[in-house]
Design a protein around this ligand. Structure first.
Ligand code: SAJ
Length: 413
């Protein structure tokens, strides 16, 4: 019952592919599925379709050994791992259409004794919905919401917590929260993760597991919002917020995070909304934190506009575009929002610099902007706006900027 000879991974993206490769490397036969044919072809040729340290070597190895193969159709297996996107709709709801599509693709090949695990970050109740979507297609099988511990199919939620850039090691070394729709579902999911996970696995119910992932990211969002609110208050009182935080953090029970131009990435800026959406009356701090963090790009732009007013012809070097330091990821980046807003406000000429970005996002390219070399931008600009604390910017020669207006949103100078 608890042996998994063949696992189907549905969704071969930033989470699904590294997870599939790590399981395959442990000798489990993995049949991966992705609706994108180009992704499937690339994986079957032994090549990941995105950059992640060490993933290329691992994928080549497991494809060559026959342990990993990909297809656009879901194949029968002992267990199914669903790692599809759960983006935010414009109205603040989670878009569960990818989870539903995955459930409906798995259902036809399900057999009694199978285990289905949802890894996608999901609003509370999604795992139950997934069970219902499968049950609607397979009335011949029983599911946990119908037969509890006696169900033919076991279903669990085990949220991914992988940090891009470190996914291969984190699949193995990150503690996991495993939430079963029943106790047996959780135990079976635990035995599956034990194949690869070398650290603690906490077993709970599906709803707690769903909420735990949302809680982790909302916790961080709220704490960053506190730091951002402090920075606005400090500006009003002409206090250096970085110095202030350093002082306050000397207290043994205070640990304030860093203010910045806002919160980006595909997780922290998104997941708290799933909590708000599920409990709009009660999620007061969580909603406000999102609003505070989302307002930060505008705060930065107003500050730049105010400082640039004294200049006849402001030329602003915007340093950094990615959502955080030392990644090449532009998703939900507040730095991009700042540049867009500055262009909209027509504060001055904009020069955009990011050594980690090869191509400007469409929204910026459409404005006629292009990437400028650091040296050229700093030489030409009379305003230096630091948006991302990339290592390359931390070590610049301060002489270069000493006669310019500097707005350092990350407190590195
Ligand atoms: N940020 C600040 N001030 C800080 C810390 C971060 O402004 O003091 C900003 C960053 O610049 C960035 C954003 O917040 O724009 C998020 O960065 P992050 O490093 O805090 O988190 P992510 O989005 O890269 O990854 C998070 C992680 N979750 C937590 O730390 C609770 C990661 O472990 C999760 O796997 C990931 O979300 C996810 O998949 O949910």
């Amino acid at each position: 019952m608890n042996t998994f000879e063949k696992i189907s991974v549905v969704g071969l993206g930033h989470i699904g592919l590294p997870t599939a490769a790590v399981f395959a490397n442990k000798g489990v036969k993995i049949v991966g599925t992705d609706k994108n044919e180009a992704v499937v072809d690339s994986i079957n040729a032994g090549k990941p379709h995105f950059y992640e340290p060490n993933l290329d070597v691992l994928v080549r190895r497991v494809v060559e050994s026959g342990k990993l193969s990909a297809s656009t159709a879901v194949m029968p297996a002992d267990a199914f791992l669903v790692a599809v996107p759960t983006p935010l709709c414009g109205d603040g709801h989670a878009d569960l259409s990818y989870v539903q599509a995955a459930a409906e693709a798995i259902a036809p090949v399900l057999e009694a004794g199978n285990l289905v695990i949802l890894e996608s970050t999901s609003p509370v109740g999604t795992t139950e919905k997934m069970a219902q979507w499968m049950a609607a297609i397979r009335p011949d099988l029983s599911f946990p919401h119908q037969k509890g511990e006696m169900s033919d199919v076991n279903i669990a939620h085990c949220p991914e917590r992988l940090l891009p850039g470190r996914t291969i090691e984190e699949v193995v070394n990150n503690a996991r929260v495993i939430g079963g729709m029943t106790r047996k579902c959780a135990q079976r999911a635990l035995s599956l993760y034990r194949i690869v996970v070398q650290t603690e696995c906490k077993v709970t119910n599906a709803r707690t597991a769903e909420m735990s992932k949302l809680t982790e990211n909302a916790y961080r969002d709220v704490n960053i919002a506190f730091a951002n609110e402090l920075s606005v208050i400090c500006d009003r009182h002409n206090i250096n917020v970085w110095e202030l935080i350093q002082m306050a953090n000397l207290h043994p029970r205070v640990d304030i995070l860093s203010p910045g131009p806002g919160v980006g990435g595909h997780c922290i800026a998104v997941d708290p909304w799933f909590i708000v959406d599920g409990a709009p009356e009660d999620a007061k701090i969580i909603r406000m934190a999102r609003e505070i963090n989302d307002a930060m790009p505008k705060v930065v732009c107003n500050k730049v506009a105010q400082q640039a007013m004294s200049l006849a012809k402001p030329v602003i070097a915007c340093l950094g575009l990615t959502y955080k330091a030392d990644v090449d990821d532009l998703r939900e980046s507040p730095a991009v929002d700042v540049v867009l807003e500055l262009a909209d406000m027509a504060v001055g000429e904009l020069l955009v610099v990011d050594p980690l970005v090869q191509q400007l996002p469409q929204s910026l390219a459409e404005l006629g902007l292009s990437l400028t070399d650091f040296d050229v931008a700093v030489d030409r600009a009379n305003v230096i706006l630091l948006l991302v604390d990339h290592g390359a910017f931390k070590s610049i020669d301060r002489e270069l900027i000493k006669d310019k207006i500097v707005v350092d949103t990350r407190g590195i100078w």
